[in-house]
Every structure is written in C-alpha cells, then in structure tokens.
Design a protein around this ligand. Sequence first.
Ligand SMILES: *Cc1c(COP(=O)(O)O)cnc(C)c1O
Length: 362
Amino acid sequence: MIPLVKPYIAPREQMMPAVEKILYSGYIAEGQEVYDFEDELKQFVGNNKLLALQSGTAALHIALSLLEIGAGDEVISTAMTAEPTNTTIALTGAKIVWGDVDERTGLMDAASVEHKITERTKAIVVVHYAGMVCDMDAFNRISTKYQIPIIEDAAHSFGSRYDGKVIGSNSRFTCYSFQAIKQMTTVDGGAIAFIREEDVEPARKLRWFGLDKKVSRLNNDITRAGYKYGMNNVTAAIGRVQLQSIPSVLNRYIENGKYFDQVLKDVPGVTLIPYYENTEPSYWLYTMKVEHRKDFIRRMEDAGITASTLHHRSDTHSVFAESKCELPGLDKFYREFVHIPCGWWVSDEDREKIAEAIKKGW
Ligand SMILES: *Cc1c(COP(=O)(O)O)cnc(C)c1O
C-alpha cells in the first residue's frame, strides 16, 4: 500500500552521530543545540523572531496566552482542521465561533469570518489545511480593518508560501508543528514565529514556567505563570539534521502535487481545488473532491493506494457543543473531499500508478 503519510527521517549516517553526540554530552535539556536549531529555522522561515517549542499545540497555546484570551472572549476558528487548533482555544475558556469554509477549498472563508466578528472577538485562527494556504489577502484586510490579530496554524504547511515567502512573517503569530507525520518531524516539536519584537520575550518566559532563563534561578521572579513548553537539545539535534534535507523533501511534495494538479484536471468525477491568489501550497496531503467518495476510497485500496479523509470535523465534538451552528460550506466540502498520497515517498512510478487508477474510474 502507498501510505498517505510517512515520517521522513534523514539517513542514519547523518542522524545517529548528531543525536549520539548530544545524548552523551552531559547536557540534554534546553541549551545551545536548541538555540542553534532556532537560528537555522529562522533562516529557513525568513523571520528572526521565532522560538522552538515542544509541539505545535504548545505554539498555539502560547499565542492565545499572549493575547490574554479567556472566559468571555470569542475566537473565530475553523472546524476543518485537526483537533489541537480548537482544544487549545477551549483550554483558555474562550468561546469558539466557527467560521464557515469556502466549499471549493475547505479553507476558512474570509467573508464568513467577517460576518461573525463581534466586540468580543479577540483573535482569528486560520489553518492552512493540508498545506494549502488561506486567502491571506482577504484575512489581512479583515485583521487591519477590525484590529483583530491572526494566529496562523501552519502545522500542515511548513514550506507553503504566501506572497512569495515561506509562511511565517505575515501574521502576529505563526505556529508550526514537527510532530511525527508533518512535512518535517523532530519526533515531536514545534515553533512559533512573531512579527512583533515585544511578543518574543514574554513568549520565551511562558515556555518555561514564567522564569527568565537569562537570570539566575535565585534572582528570578515569576510575574505570570507559564508552561513547560520548551524544546530539548536531543529534539533540536534531530531537527538540525532534518532541516538539512527539508528543501529537497518539500520539493518532492510540491513536484508530486503539481503533477496531480496537471494530470487529474479533466478526470470525470474529480474536482480539483483552486489555490488562492498569492499562495503556493506545499501539498502535505494532496486534496481534491470526488463523487461517490466511499467507492473511490475502496477502489484506491484495491489498487494499493491509501485514500482517506484523515481528519474529523471539529464541530461534532461534545466539548465544542456551545459553538454549534450552520456551516453549509463545510457540509458540502466535507461530503466530497479526499486525500491521496503525494509526499517524498511517492516515486514517479507511484504517482503514475495513482493517476492511472483514478483515470480508470470507480
Ligand atoms: C499536528 C497539528 C497541530 C498540533 O501539533 P502538535 O505538534 O502535534 O502538537 C495543530 N494543528 C494542526 C492543524 C495539526 O495538524
């Protein structure tokens, strides 16, 4: 079976010496290796205001905490995502208000979001689902017009681009995940990028109980309780090795994605997804819409190809019951969308096999 997701781990000869060196160095907690990883990540993202963290979930939680979001506040978010986008909002005590999605793309629809803004709206969380990028031209306009900060959940879109640049220097916060199945994995890990200098130091404290690492433990004074969300040197060592391969790994996702964009465009029963102006997907999962999805998935399975929806819409969870509302765009998209493999492990031969299987019909 060609799997839908598969962790890329750099070759043993590169990875093992780097990890072994740190493991037996006598210093495995957050230290120089983490700061070096951060520096290399800053280069890749093109933003020098960035912190490495334990997970993408930690990044989202820190962003919401920096905005001091809590009970009585509203955060507009999408149900078309993985759960942590929304469980982190729930943890703050704020109410989630669902923005509907654009039925053509599955990405949150800017017009729907604007419609749902109230005086209690404290943030908008946009998710670049499956590596596709939201209509940031429109979201930027809304953010400026209503003075509401945007948190970009870029967990699926490491290396996707907006306005010609890698995602990570557009909104107040951009959150990355290096969890096992994301484009780049450090086993578990994450990062947050900022555009405001004044967000960096408070975030740095929040990632370590509220303590200031630059001041000795005895002279520290916690003014705001933080979390234990930092990265450690072992994870960072893995990340530094992974980062060396990431341009070519991402390239393979993108080449395969563009191949499918071309060869599947006139196939009966398939509707391809249009990408927004100024955006370039990194194709974490190739996403499209198909008629008779169950039959499609079964036929792909017979051909040795995993096709799946992967995520479950968030608004059906009991914990988000008070947010329930009509989402006609999501209903439509959710009935038809499907993912097919397009990552680094999909060879030229594999992708031809996938395209042929789809063209045969189901
Ligand atoms: C994976 C993921 C996260 C959380 O990242 P972790 O590193 O697993 O904590 C957040 N949002 C989305 C959309 C994700 O897929």
